[in-house]
Design a protein around this ligand. Structure first.
Ligand code: CP
Ligand code: NVA
Length: 301
């Protein structure tokens, strides 16, 4: 069994297999109703716990649907309703859940919660977002890029905005999938130091996007950020909005991605989100396919 905790902790060969398997499973389902079972049932008789300590639309629904399509069953648990949210240790929670379920997906705050869960669980644990990373999102993004434009290896990817958890997983992917990553944003919102060496910085967003094959952004205020930071962040990030003028500086066939949920006309204009470069809804759909491939890899199924 394998945990899927972070892209930089996963072997590049396994990552490539996951992307290829996601694409194949997506192709095999074309035109079928969402509730139809896959031809293969690799999760038959498997029970999967989906734990959420933060809100979610895409992660929650895509994992739930994905498990069911592969023949398994799910239970969606809110962290606040579990004893975990009332003082029971993560280690004890992991040991107990491992007696009931075959796999655990958790969305949490501190990375340490995920790490401890994986240390003490005897079943695979999947990272459904922490304050530091969001690896399932980036696997879906790689799948999305490649289905539109071919191999991502050697391409130029530009992130404009906050150096947050989604950026961190993109930086890990830049190393594992061998693409060039540029960060453009204001110094107070630089990515954490542990990511140094995985990307280059260009403070001027207009210069940063020159020659870009892919432009990516995310919300200016993440779920773990204090809401009191909102006004300050808007002032810091306004110049990094992805708008038509910025996209016009990238390659003519560049793609635009956003993991969603978006604050339309803040980090990106609706004209870009709904425009010809945007693949945001393919990205959202590919969460389903990429995570199905991740779950199969975790279970060796
Ligand atoms: N992109 C993403 O993880 O969305 P949710 O917060 O809706 O799960
Ligand atoms: N950076 C965002 C991503 C949401 C999917 C957050 O952590 O809130």
């Amino acid at each position: 069994m394998n945990h899927f905790l972070d892209i930089h902790e996963t072997d590049p060969t396994a990552l490539r297999e996951i992307i290829d398997s996601a694409a194949a499973m997506k192709a095999a389902r074309q035109g079928r109703p969402k509730g139809a079972l896959d031809d293969e049932q690799p999760l038959k008789d498997q029970m999967v716990a989906l734990i959420f300590e933060k809100p979610s639309t895409r992660t929650r629904v895509s994992f739930d649907v994905g498990v069911r399509q592969m023949g398994g069953q799910t239970m969606v648990l809110s962290g606040a309703d579990m004893q975990l949210g009332h003082g029971e240790t993560i280690a004890d929670t992991a040991r107990v859940l491992s007696r009931y379920v075959d796999m655990i997906m958790i969305r949490t705050f501190e990375e340490q919660t995920l790490v401890e869960m994986a240390e003490h669980a005897t079943v695979p644990v999947i990272n459904g977002l922490t304050n530091r990373t969001h690896p399932c999102q980036i696997m879906a993004d790689i799948q999305t890029f490649e289905e539109h434009r071919g191999p991502i290896k050697g391409r130029k990817v530009v992130w404009s905005g906050d150096g947050n958890n989604v950026f961190a997983s993109l930086a890990h992917a830049a190393k594992q999938f061998d693409f060039d990553l540029t960060f453009t944003g204001p110094p107070p919102l630089d990515p954490e130091g542990a990511l140094d060496g995985l990307y280059t910085i260009e403070r001027d967003p207009q210069k940063a996007v020159e020659g870009a094959d892919l432009v990516v952004t995310d919300t200016w205020v993440s779920m773990h950020d204090p809401q009191s930071a909102r006004e300050r962040r808007h002032n810091q990030l306004r110049g990094y909005q992805v708008n038509d003028a910025l996209m016009a500086r990238a390659k003519p066939d560049s793609l635009f991605m956003h993991c969603l949920p978006a604050h339309r006309d803040d980090e990106a204009t609706s004209s870009v989100m709904d425009g010809p470069h945007s693949v945001i809804f393919d990205e959202a759909e590919n969460r389903l396919h990429a995570q199905k491939a991740i779950m199969r890899w975790c279970l060796g199924a």
